[in-house]
Ligand binder design. Structure first.
Ligand code: NAD
Ligand code: ZN
Length: 357
């Protein structure tokens, strides 16, 4: 048996106001005149946060349009324009939600790797280290800050660039930055973390490493989303650490049914990751009875609307496409249902599930 030799993020800062240390953190990473590129979620355009970015020399802020989740074409265009404009680059700093952090990771990799990012969608295809990269979350739940992947929609698939070169060199976990996230978005992204925990803890790949982090992350999600309390700073602190621990849990196990099905939705309909997982989780009693019951309580207590009927009126061809994308997520199904998953999750069964969404 070959045990996974897990590459982790190299440096982690946690704490309210830790964003103010960014200048100091970046200083030793600067290569002469080569600039730092700050990829900032477009939500922050015109807000106070960009004024706090420690710009030096030729440093540049680029606002990332994350209306849609990151595409390989977007990554390639960004990497190409940066290489053309500057030649060498010291690093790429992603400041935003999972989409912006994934974009930053992918662009940092593509500055040093030839071809298109689509060539590297898969497992361990990336051959060269990227430029220095740091991640600073402004939404918590995806675990993108700790993961060894960057989820991209390409010409033929939605799949990450999974590799040992993908994790950030540095992350800054400053709970002040997630403070103003709107309740719905915060919930959808937070539930991504909760669902990671259910899928990891109920999966066949579970081990004590994943369990230790998964149980802690789940407990934090319960403290944050159950019990109907006023939202406080402590909630943000806990949610930020839940995301980190949830990401660590799936790093050594895998996600499961909700993710495998929601990938199909997002490929065909562009449904966003957080809300897509919630739409699917709502109908997974058969696979995760206790998790789904608790999820529904969280939805109700936080007064959140989960969309229904999003597959109404789709053609047979559309269903086929979603089923193909979902069935392609083999490790997820194997984690959820075991080695014989194909006997359990047939195309007909998956078709019936999509029909309910
Ligand atoms: P997101 O990054 O897609 O952002 C969602 C929305 O929230 C955007 O409109 C954004 O502008 C806005 N936003 C961001 N920060 C905000 C703030 N502080 N206040 C108000 N609005 C804010 O959302 P997400 O749920 O964090 O990330 C989803 C993405 O993460 C998907 O692209 C998914 O594929 C990816 N993902 C990656 C991994 C990984 O391991 N790499 C894991 C899970 C999900
Ligand atoms: Zn997820």
């Amino acid at each position: 048996m070959l045990f996974r030799n897990l590459k982790l993020v190299s440096y982690v800062v946690f704490g309210r106001g830790s964003f103010n240390q960014l200048d100091k953190i970046l200083e030793p990473q600067r290569k002469g005149e080569a600039p730092m590129i700050f990829l900032v979620d477009h939500f922050f355009k015109g807000k106070a946060l960009p004024n706090r970015i420690p710009m030096r020399g030729k440093d540049k802020i680029i606002y990332a349009d994350v209306t849609f989740e990151p595409k390989t074409t977007q990554v390639d265009a960004l990497a190409k324009s940066l290489k053309e404009e500057f030649g060498t680059i010291s690093g790429v700093i992603g400041i935003g939600g999972g989409s912006t952090m994934d974009l930053a990771k992918a662009v940092a990799l593509m500055i040093n790797n030839p071809g298109s990012s689509a060539d590297y969608q898969g497992w361990d295809l990336v051959q060269q280290a990227g430029v220095y990269k740091a991640g600073i979350p402004t939404l918590s739940g995806t675990g993108a800050e700790v993961s060894r992947t960057t989820v991209l929609t390409g010409p033929v698939r939605k799949l990450g660039m999974n590799s040992d070169f993908t994790p950030f060199d540095q992350i800054i976990l400053d709970p002040e930055l997630i403070k103003d996230a709107p309740a719905n978005q915060r919930f959808y992204t937070g539930m991504d973390c909760y669902i990671h925990c259910v899928e990891s803890l109920e999966g066949t790949f579970l081990n004590e490493f994943s369990k230790s982090y998964g149980e802690k992350a789940m407990q934090l999600c319960q403290e944050v989303f159950l019990g109907n309390k006023e939202w406080t700073d402590l909630h943000d602190d806990k949610l930020m650490m839940a995301s980190y621990a949830g990401g660590m849990s799936i790093a050594y196990s895998q996600v499961g049914v909700a993710h495998a099905v929601s990938y199909g939705l997002s490929y065909l309909l562009g449904t966003k990751h957080g809300v897509g997982n919630c739409i699917v989780m709502n109908h997974l009693e058969e696979y995760y009875p206790a998790g789904v019951e608790e999820f529904k309580r969280m939805v109700a207590e936080n007064n959140i609307d989960i969309p229904v009927g999003i597959c109404k009126g789709l053609s047979e061809d559309d269903f086929e496409k979603m089923i193909n994308v979902s069935m392609g997520m083999k490790p997820l199904w194997e984690n959820a249902l075991g080695k014989d998953w194909e006997k359990i999750m047939t195309r007909e069964k998956l078709r019936a599930l999509y029909n309910k969404l």
